[in-house]
Unconditional design. Structure first.
Lengths: 785, 157
C-alpha cells in the first residue's frame, strides 16, 4: 500500500497510529472523562414546541430543589455579551452579505424550534439537574410553525424570525445568460427534473460536551471541550464573555468524532461557559443522544430543479439550476450553508458551456443547519443523479454520458461557465478505473438476463471534483513549531484539532521524514491553546495540505539549523552532511557523525560551541498559507440488489477510485474515505431526521434514526490515483470526499435497478417503504395508462 | 431517593460505593470506580459503546442499574489489557487493521469482540458482522473493524 514516486521512509507508509494504545485500552481523555474538583453539572430545559411566545417562566421550585446550585434564564445570561457568531463570519472572507439569525444564549420572549434552550439547571450531578428540570414551569402560547422549507419560501403567513421580516435567509440569482435559452431552444433534448435530499446529519459517537471553569482570582477561564477547533473556541469565549484571549485556555485531548458538528462553538457550549464565568464555578455539560439528534446541527435539506439541454450525441449544451435549502432556525456557522458553492460547483468535472443558477436559503422552525462533511455536496448529489436521469431519458448509458462530457485532463486548469476554476485533477482517470474495477460491462450484461426471484440488479456511479483546503482566513493558514529538546527528542506543536484523523501519527511522519529523525522520536502536541500556536483546527479537508505543509516547512527550517550547528561542530560544510535516524553524518562517510543529542547539547547548554552570532536553541516555527483551493477528485461505483417485494436494498460491491495526491498514510486515507462512504450509505438507505407537521422531531433515538451497522456495509475496494498537488508534499485533502460522492452513487444504483421496471425515483431516503411505494405507484400509473 | 451500598468486583478488584437505586452501572463504573474507558453514546441500549462483561456476559451497562450488579464480576475495557502496558492480541489486531479512528466506540468493540471470539473462536465474516451489529461506529465504516476481528481470530489459532 505504499505511495507513488514520492514515497519515502515514512511518507506513503501505513505507519501504525500513535493514538491507538490509549484509545484501545480505555485510557483516552474525552471531555466526559475530565473531572475538575468541585465542578457542577448542567442540564438544559428546552422548548417542546416549535414556535410560540413564552408567557411565563417560573424556575423557583427548581432553584429550591436540593442539590441545585443555580438556575439560569435569559435574564441572567443574555445581556452584555459579544457576538456568538463564529470568527470566520465576523473576520476575513465570509462577510457581511451572509445575514445571521438573531441568536441569543437562551430563549427570551419566544421559542423558535423544538429543543430551543430556555433555562440552564446547575446542580451537583446530572441526575439531580434533570429532576429539577421537571419542576421548571413554562407557559408558551403556540404560534403556527414553519416546518416545510418548500413552503417557507412562498412567504405566506408565518415568519420564523420576525425581526428579519422574511423567511428568505439568503438569495443569490445570477443574470440568466440568453445563450442558455438559445441552447435550450435549439437542443435535441431538454430534460428538467427535481431532486430532493432529506434531513440527516453528522451523529458522531461522542455527543457534544464542555467543562468550563472560571477562576476569579487567577483571572483564568479554562475550557475542556469536544471541539474540532480549540483556538476558535478561545476566540469565541473571549468575544462573548469579554475575557482577554490570553486569559483563556482551551483543551481538547481526545474528541470522539465531529464531521463538522464540532467545528464551531455551538450555542449550548457558549451558555455553559457564560454560566461558569457569571457564577465563578466549574461546570460540566454533556449532551445526551436525544439532545444530539434534536438540538445539534442538522444538515442536508436541499432541493434542486435542474434543466439540461443536450445535443443529439448526448453532449451537454447548457444547464440551469435552481437550488433551495433549509437553514433551519439558528444555523451553526454560515447562514444557508454553502448555497453559493452548490451553484458554482454544480457543473463539476464536466463541460457545461452555458450555465447559471439561483440559490435560496430559507428559515424554518426546525433545528439549524450546520456543517456536515462537505456542506456544499448537494451539487454532486443533484448533478450525478441528474446526469443518470438525462442519460436514461435520451437512451444513453450513464457511463457513456459521463465519458462523453467529462473534461479531459489536458484541458485543466479549466474555468467553468460561472467562473469556478479547477486545476490539477484526474476525473477521467478515476472514472475509468472505477468502471473497470466494478466490471461495468459485465454488470450490464448480467442485467440483461431475466430473473424470476423478484430482485433487480442495479449499478450506479458518481464522479466529482472536490475543493479541499481553503486558502481563506484562519482556515487558510496552519502553523507548526518543530522543537528539538535538550535530549534530542522532537516536539511538534500544531494548531489542529484532531478527532479521529490520526494527526499525531501523520504529522509525525511528515516531520520525521523531513527532519531525518526516527518516527518514534517525534511527539505531536495539539488541542491545547496554551501549548499550540494559533491555528484553524481540523475540518474542511485541510490537514494534509495546510498542516502538512506547515509541518514540513518547520521541519526543514529545524533541519537547516541542525546542519549548520553540526557543520560547525564537525568542521564540515552543511551541504556535505545528511541526517538519518537522528544521526548527522558526512555523506558517504558514515563514521564521521554526531548525534542529535550532541547538536542539542551545543544549542542549549554548551552554546559557546555554536557558530559566531547564532541564536542558541533548536526550534523553528513555520506558517503555511494554502492557495485559494486545492482540488481533489473521486469516482465511486456500486452495485445493488433491490428486492421488489420487501423494498430491501443490498449493496453487493462498492468501489472507490480517488485522487488525493500523495498519501501520507494510505491506511489513514482509506479509513477516512470508508467512514464517509458508510455515512453515504446510511444517508440514502437508513438515516432520516423527521419532523411532524407541528415541528415535533420524531427521530430522537437510535431506534428511529438508523445508523448503518457492520451487517449493512460492503467491503469497500480502493483504486488509488495519485497525482501530486501544487502544494508542498503534493498532498490533497481527503477528509470529506467519501461522504460527498457516496450518496449519489448509492442512489444512482437503486434508480438504475428500478428503471428496469419503469420506476423513477427522485427523493430520499430509499428505505423499504419508499421503494415499495414507488413501485406500487408506478404500477398504478401504468395500469391507468 | 434511597441509597444502597453496592459491592462489585471490577477488573478483579472489590469496589464498594453508596449509590442511588437509579444509578446506572455505566455511571457507577465511570464515576464511583473512576474507570472512564466505558463510554456513553446513546444511553438507550443501541450503540454498544457502554458494553462491559458482567459475569462473563457482554451487557449494555447503560441499561443496568449498579444495584443489579451487586456481587457480580464485572470486566471493563481497562481489565482487558495486560498489566505491563502492552496490548492484548485483540487490541493489537485493531491497531494493525486500523479498526479505530476517534476511539470513542472502541472500548465497546473491544469488550464485544472479546466475548464474541471467546464464544466463537473461528467466526465467518457473516458471523462477525452479525455479532458486531450491536456496536455502532461512525468513523471507520467498519472496514478495519471486521479485518481486526479476522486478524485476532487468526492469531488465536
Amino acid at each position: 500500500m505504499s505511495g507513488g514516486s514520492a514515497a519515502g521512509r515514512y511518507i506513503g507508509q501505513s505507519v501504525q497510529r500513535t493514538e491507538d494504545p490509549r484509545l484501545l485500552t480505555g485510557h483516552g481523555t474525552f471531555v466526559d472523562d475530565v473531572v475538575v474538583p468541585g465542578m457542577f453539572h448542567a442540564h438544559f430545559v428546552r422548548s417542546d414546541v416549535a414556535r410560540g411566545r413564552i408567557t411565563r417562566l417560573d424556575v423557583e421550585a427548581a432553584r429550591q430543589f436540593p442539590g441545585v446550585y443555580a438556575v439560569l434564564t435569559a435574564a441572567e445570561v443574555n445581556g452584555d455579551i459579544g457576538t456568538m457568531q463564529p470568527t470566520m463570519f465576523t473576520e476575513a472572507g465570509f462577510g457581511p452579505n451572509v445575514p445571521s439569525a438573531p441568536l441569543h444564549p437562551l430563549a427570551d420572549t419566544d421559542v423558535r424550534f423544538v429543543g430551543d434552550p430556555i433555562a440552564l439547571i446547575i446542580a451537583e450531578n446530572r441526575y439531580v439537574a434533570e429532576d429539577a428540570a421537571e419542576l421548571v414551569e413554562v407557559d408558551i402560547d403556540l404560534l403556527t410553525p414553519v416546518v416545510d422549507y418548500e413552503l417557507a419560501a412562498d412567504e405566506t403567513g408565518d415568519i420564523v424570525h420576525e425581526e428579519l421580516g422574511s423567511n428568505i435567509a439568503m438569495r443569490l440569482e445570477l443574470p440568466r445568460d440568453p445563450a442558455i435559452d438559445e441552447a435550450i431552444a435549439g437542443a435535441a433534448h431538454v430534460v428538467t427534473e427535481t431532486f430532493h435530499q432529506h434531513r440527516h446529519t453528522c451523529v458522531p459517537m461522542e455527543t457534544r460536551g464542555i467543562v468550563a471553569r472560571w477562576e476569579p482570582f487567577a483571572n483564568e477561564l479554562h475550557v475542556w471541550m469536544a471541539t474540532q477547533a480549540p483556538h476558535e473556541v478561545r476566540l469565541v469565549c473571549s468575544r462573548v464573555l469579554g475575557i482577554p484571549e490570553n486569559h483563556i485556555r482551551v483543551t481538547a485531548r481526545d474528541v470522539g468524532g465531529g464531521f463538522g458538528q464540532k467545528m464551531f462553538m455551538p450555542r449550548e457550549e457558549i451558555v455553559v461557559a457564560l454560566a461558569a464565568h457569571r457564577l465563578g464555578i466549574a461546570v460540566k455539560w454533556i449532551e445526551d443522544r436525544r439532545e444530539n439528534l434534536v438540538a445539534a446541527n442538522h444538515a442536508r435539506v436541499d432541493r434542486a430543479v435542474a434543466t439540461v439541454a443536450v445535443d443529439a450525441d448526448g453532449g451537454i449544451l447548457a444547464a440551469w439550476l435552481d437550488h433551495l435549502e433549509d437553514a433551519g432556525s439558528f444555523p451553526v456557522g454560515a447562514t444557508g450553508g454553502a448555497g453559493a458553492m452548490v451553484g458554482m460547483a454544480f457543473p463539476g468535472p464536466y463541460r457545461v458551456p452555458k450555465y447559471g443558477f439561483s440559490t435560496t436559503a430559507v428559515w424554518t422552525n426546525t433545528m439549524g443547519r450546520g456543517a456536515y462533511r462537505g456542506p456544499w455536496m448537494f451539487e454532486t448529489v443533484a448533478r450525478e443523479q441528474m446526469w443518470d436521469h438525462v442519460a436514461r431519458t435520451i437512451g444513453m448509458d450513464p457511463l457513456e454520458f459521463r465519458r462523453h462530457n467529462v473534461i479531459e485532463e489536458s484541458a485543466f486548469p479549466y474555468t467553468n461557465a460561472v467562473g469556478m476554476m479547477v486545476d490539477n485533477v484526474t476525473p477521467g482517470r478515476t472514472l475509468e478505473l472505477a468502471a473497470e474495477m466494478i466490471g461495468y460491462d459485465a454488470v450490464r450484461a448480467a442485467q440483461a438476463v431475466p430473473r424470476t426471484d423478484g430482485k433487480l440488479l442495479g449499478i450506479g456511479m458518481a464522479l466529482t471534483v472536490e475543493p479541499t483546503a481553503t486558502g481563506i482566513g484562519a482556515l487558510g493558514v496552519e502553523v507548526a513549531t518543530v522543537r528539538i529538546e535538550p535530549t534530542g527528542q522532537v516536539h511538534v506543536l500544531l494548531g489542529t484539532g484532531a478527532h479521529g484523523q490520526g494527526i499525531e501519527t501523520t504529522m509525525a511522519q511528515v516531520v520525521a521524514e523531513h527532519l531525518g529523525v526516527d518516527f518514534t522520536d517525534v511527539v505531536v502536541m495539539q488541542g491545547d491553546t496554551d501549548v499550540a500556536p494559533f491555528g484553524g483546527g481540523t475540518g474542511g479537508s485541510r490537514t494534509a495540505v495546510t498542516a502538512g505543509a506547515a509541518a514540513r516547512g518547520a521541519a526543514e527550517l529545524a533541519r537547516d539549523k541542525v546542519l549548520a550547528v553540526a557543520a560547525h561542530l564537525m568542521e564540515a560544510a552543511p551541504e556535505d552532511l545528511e541526517i538519518n535516524a537522528g544521526v548527522v553524518a558526512v555523506k558517504g562517510t558514515p563514521t564521521r557523525s554526531i548525534s542529535m543529542l550532541d547538536v542539542a547539547t551545543a544549542a542549549y547548554h554548551k552554546h559557546e560551541q555554536l557558530p559566531e552570532g547564532m541564536e542558541p536553541g533548536l526550534e523553528a516555527t513555520f506558517r503555511y498559507k494554502a492557495p485559494g483551493r486545492t482540488w481533489a477528485n473521486a469516482c465511486h461505483a456500486c452495485t445493488v440488489e433491490v428486492d421488489t417485494t420487501t423494498g430491501k436494498v443490498e449493496i453487493l460491491r462498492y468501489i472507490v477510485s480517488e485522487d488525493c495526491g500523495v498519501m501520507i498514510n494510505p491506511m489513514v486515507v482509506e479509513g477516512q474515505v470508508s467512514g464517509g462512504v458508510v455515512q453515504g450509505i446510511g444517508a440514502v438507505l437508513y438515516e432520516h431526521l423527521v419532523y411532524d407537521p407541528d415541528g415535533n422531531p420524531l427521530s430522537t433515538t437510535f431506534l428511529d434514526y438508523l445508523l448503518p451497522t457492520a451487517a449493512e456495509v460492503p467491503i469497500i475496494e480502493f483504486g488509488h490515483v495519485e497525482t501530486p498537488s501544487n502544494t508542498p508534499g503534493g498532498h490533497k485533502g481527503v477528509g470529506e470526499g467519501g461522504a460527498i460522492v457516496s450518496p449519489p452513487t448509492v442512489f444512482n444504483a437503486v434508480a438504475d435497478a428500478l428503471a428496469q421496471i419503469g420506476v423513477k425515483i427522485t427523493k430520499q431516503p430509499l428505505g423499504p417503504n419508499e421503494i415499495v411505494a414507488a413501485i406500487a405507484a408506478a404500477e398504478l400509473a401504468g395500469a391507468d395508462a | 431517593m434511597g441509597e444502597h451500598v453496592v459491592t462489585v468486583t471490577v477488573n478483579g478488584r472489590t469496589r464498594r460505593a453508596l449509590v442511588e437505586a437509579r444509578k446506572t452501572l455505566a455511571d457507577f463504573l465511570r464515576e464511583d470506580c473512576t474507570l472512564t474507558g466505558t463510554h456513553l453514546a446513546c444511553e438507550h441500549g443501541v450503540c454498544g459503546a457502554c458494553t462491559v462483561l458482567v459475569n462473563g456476559a457482554a451487557v449494555r451497562s447503560c441499561l443496568m442499574f449498579a444495584v443489579q450488579a451487586e456481587g457480580a464480576e464485572v470486566t471493563t475495557v481497562e481489565g482487558l489489557s495486560p498489566a505491563d502496558g502492552t496490548l492484548s492480541p485483540i487490541q493489537e489486531a485493531f491497531r494493525a487493521a486500523h479498526g479505530l479512528q476517534c476511539g470513542f466506540c472502541t472500548p465497546g468493540f473491544i469488550v464485544s469482540v472479546t466475548a464474541l471470539l471467546r464464544d466463537n473462536p473461528h467466526p465467518t465474516e457473516h458471523e462477525i458482522r452479525e455479532g458486531l451489529s450491536g456496536n455502532l461506529c461512525r468513523c471507520t465504516g467498519y472496514q478495519g473493524i471486521i479485518k481486526a476481528v479476522q486478524l485476532a481470530a487468526e492469531a488465536q489459532r
